[in-house]
Design a protein around this ligand. Structure first.
Ligand code: ARG
Ligand code: ASP
Length: 700
């Protein structure tokens, strides 16, 4: 009796804090040795900290890349072969697709190296080195240095550190703040820019379940695609050239064919984008009560219009596929996030913690009042944050305005600028349907007028009449007119036409208002908020130094999260098993629904049970879930076993845990991974590209 009361008490106390629970955390690889390695090994990890990260010898980090700007990928052969998600390569796969060569629908397999497809603009970055440079960055900053001066000193020091790190080499470097500027780290990257598409499953596999299954478990998506990194003959980064050769990485992953079981140790090694674990209660309240609901509403409108048009026309379906997926993704996540925050009572817990913080800080002038000051700042910020949300989610969601804006913002009309605009126009019109945009604009503008106070809107614009006026007269709805415009030799005339265009004028009115009445105050307040967080964060760490370990919020830098393969209880009386198989794919099969229409070849293999070496207990494993703490950007990350072998490719999180960027709940937060054996099975049996397996190393 006494014991359980004690436990209940401790538990409620702990959960009143933004404290660290089992498996929460995204750790800096270079610090694993000083911190986490003991816990990792106690939980089953069998390698050393140097196997994970080392600057002196090849380590697992050398097999991992930031893929493009928003995903992770990993090397799976010593000839530059790379695996990431289908949704991470989606833009590229779509770019290569047309109604004649519909790689989205049919999938793509290069049958030899000469068939691999180049992707201008796509880069992958390997981390060469990371290190704590706090002392160098804060050199010259004193206790009394005022904030403006401090920022100046830091910016100058950052430049020096980056310059030194990149002197005499071909690396790129950046200095990133951790813990709200209480610490600084240098990150040095080697960036490759010739990355070619090798294999993509059909969307009916790679995006199986579409946006209906997105953010959900059980999941049956074969969410992977394969690329190859190319280098110059010296194995160094080089711009695309037919003479380039496959890059030989310092390290590539061995693929485990041993399988996984509930309870197995796993870790995810990748580039998580952003988390907000230490946010003030008022910031969370804004997200939950205003930001998320309004943004969800605006996207519901856009998706409704897009979905109808896409269902009616196969060409439009392809044109709007990538746009739709990206609008839908955050739309759905925000809904899960709102629910999760409400269920956990995150705002209330944070308020309770803030009270405790203030009690602790009462006799510490450095910290006292910090959380109250933050609350007041958030109160001032709210109207600006709200107007800003509408600017990005309503106004800038009108494709025409955004496109016209790139012309309006062109600093000059030199031949290279015109060439760039011509290229961007070609890309824009390839996937643009004015009727969709116009209907969207009408509805979004109505919401904008209804919700955004007049003081944050341009006086010169009547939102109710705008769509008609702009779409009826702007030359930017028509590729021919834009082509003619750019073909003219008279740049003064081009400039005049751009400036007179109705879409450009509308764009300028909105961005003018945004830049004068919203953004400056928003930025100024945020600067003050960030400064407060620096103090608050330091205080939190000091206050609870011995209670638990802190980890810095994700900021698109390389991190390790570890945990185990584990099911969960989404609701009363239901337990979700951690492994999904081909049986589930076939249970969902429905030729009448685009997202559930299993490819004929897979159906056939299923009927004959011709799984070959990929059979496990009479079926094929497809996906699994684990307790690894992940976020956006972790897509494509390697999911590894206790021996550092590749067992899966991370691609999502479970619905009940979508609030994990703000509060991680160990009972329901799960990452979703593709079982690597499903990818191999698909390449081999469905895609007919089994030759790719010859490059890979397996542990049986
Ligand atoms: N939810 C995953 C992530 O945040 C996957 C998104 C891609 N899939 C989709 N159906 N839109 O990126
Ligand atoms: N699907 C996400 C990504 O693209 C991963 C996540 O948010 O869990 O990075």
């Amino acid at each position: 009796m006494r014991k359980s009361t004690f436990f209940a008490f401790t538990f409620s106390l702990l959960s009143a804090l933004p404290s660290l629970r089992a498996d929460e955390g995204m750790w800096l690889p270079s610090l694993i040795e000083q911190g986490r390695i003991g816990d990792m090994r106690a939980k089953g990890f069998r390698l050393t900290a140097q196997d994970l990260y080392s600057v002196n010898q090849a380590s697992l980090k050398d097999a991992i890349v930031r893929f493009g700007s928003g995903c992770t990928g990993e090397l799976i052969s010593d000839q530059g072969l790379l695996i990431t998600n289908h949704h991470c390569g989606y833009g590229q796969i779509q770019q290569h697709s047309s109604v004649e060569h519909d790689y989205l629908t049919d999938g793509f397999a290069a049958m030899n190296r000469s068939e691999e497809l180049a992707n201008p603009g796509l880069v992958v970055s390997f981390l060469v080195e990371m290190k704590d440079v706090t002392d160098q960055i804060l050199r010259g900053v004193k206790a009394g240095t005022d904030e403006t001066e401090r920022t100046k000193i830091i910016d100058k020091n950052k430049k020096t550190v980056v310059r030194k790190a990149t002197a005499g080499n071909h690396y790129k470097a950046s200095v990133e703040a951790l813990y709200y500027g209480n610490q600084y780290f240098l990150f040095v990257y080697e960036v490759f820019e010739d990355v070619r598409l090798v294999f993509a499953p059909p969307s009916s596999v790679g995006k199986f379940g579409g946006d209906t299954d997105n953010w959900m478990w059980p999941r049956h998506t074969g969410d992977f695609s394969i690329f190859r990194v190319y280098a110059g003959k010296d194995n160094k980064p080089a711009p695309y050239s037919p003479d380039n050769v496959p890059y030989v990485p310092k390290k590539s992953f061995t693929i485990s064919l041993k399988g996984i079981e509930e309870g197995d140790f796993t870790f995810v090694y990748g580039f998580p984008g952003r988390t907000y674990q230490y946010l003030h209660s008022e910031a969370v309240r804004y997200i939950q009560e205003k930001g998320d609901p309004h943004k969800v509403n605006l996207r519901t409108i856009r998706l409704g219009i897009m979905n109808r048009a896409m269902a009616a026309d196969p060409a439009v379906r392809i044109q709007y596929a990538a746009k739709n997926a990206s609008v839908s993704n955050a739309w759905k996540k925000w809904q899960g996030e709102m629910k999760g925050l409400e269920r956990l009572g995150t705002v209330g817990k944070k308020q309770a913690f803030e009270k405790r913080f203030e009690a602790w800080a009462a006799d510490k002038p450095e910290y006292a009042g910090t959380t109250e000051q933050l609350a007041a700042l958030y109160d001032s910020l709210e109207p600006y944050a709200f107007a800003r949300d509408y600017h990005t989610e309503a106004i800038m969601a009108i494709e025409l305005l955004k496109f016209a804006g790139t012309f309006a913002d062109a600093e000059n009309l030199k031949p290279e600028t015109l060439a760039r605009l011509r290229k961007s126009a070609a890309g824009f019109f390839k996937d643009y349907v004015p009727a969709i945009d116009r209907e969207t604009a009408d509805t979004l503008l109505a919401e904008y007028a209804r919700n955004v106070p007049a003081s944050f809107r341009p006086e010169t614009i009547d939102p109710a009449a705008l769509a008609d006026a702009v779409f009826g007269s702007s030359l930017f709805t028509d590729s021919l007119q834009v082509g003619q415009l750019l073909a003219s030799a008279d740049t003064a005339a081009i400039r005049r036409k751009i400036d007179d265009d109705s879409a450009v004028r509308a764009y300028k009115a909105f961005t003018g208002t945004y830049k004068t009445r919203i953004e400056p105050e928003y930025a100024a307040l945020n600067e003050r908020i960030d400064r407060k967080y620096r103090t608050y964060m330091r205080g939190m760490m000091e206050m609870r130094r011995s209670e638990h370990d802190f980890y810095p919020d994700a900021n698109s830098t390389l991190r390790i999260a570890y945990g185990k393969v584990d099911g969960y209880r989404p609701m009363d009386a239901v337990y979700y098993e951690p492994v999904a198989t081909l049986e589930g794919v076939m249970q969902k099969d429905n030729p009448d629904i685009y997202d559930y229409d299993v490819p004929a070849r897979l159906r056939q293999i299923y009927e004959t049970k011709d799984y070959g070496r990929w059979a496990v207990d009479g079926t094929v494993p497809v996906t699994f879930i684990a307790t690894n703490h992940t976020t956006g950007g972790n897509s494509g990350s390697p999911v590894l076993n206790a021996d550092g072998q590749l067992i899966g490719v991370n691609f999502d999180r479970c619905w009940e845990g979508t609030m994990s960027d703000l509060e991680y709940d160990p009972t329901v937060c799960r990452n979703i991974a593709l079982d690597i054996r499903y990818a191999l099975f698909l390449i081999d049996k469905v895609g007919g590209a089994g030759y790719l397996l010859d490059e890979m190393k397996f542990a049986e």
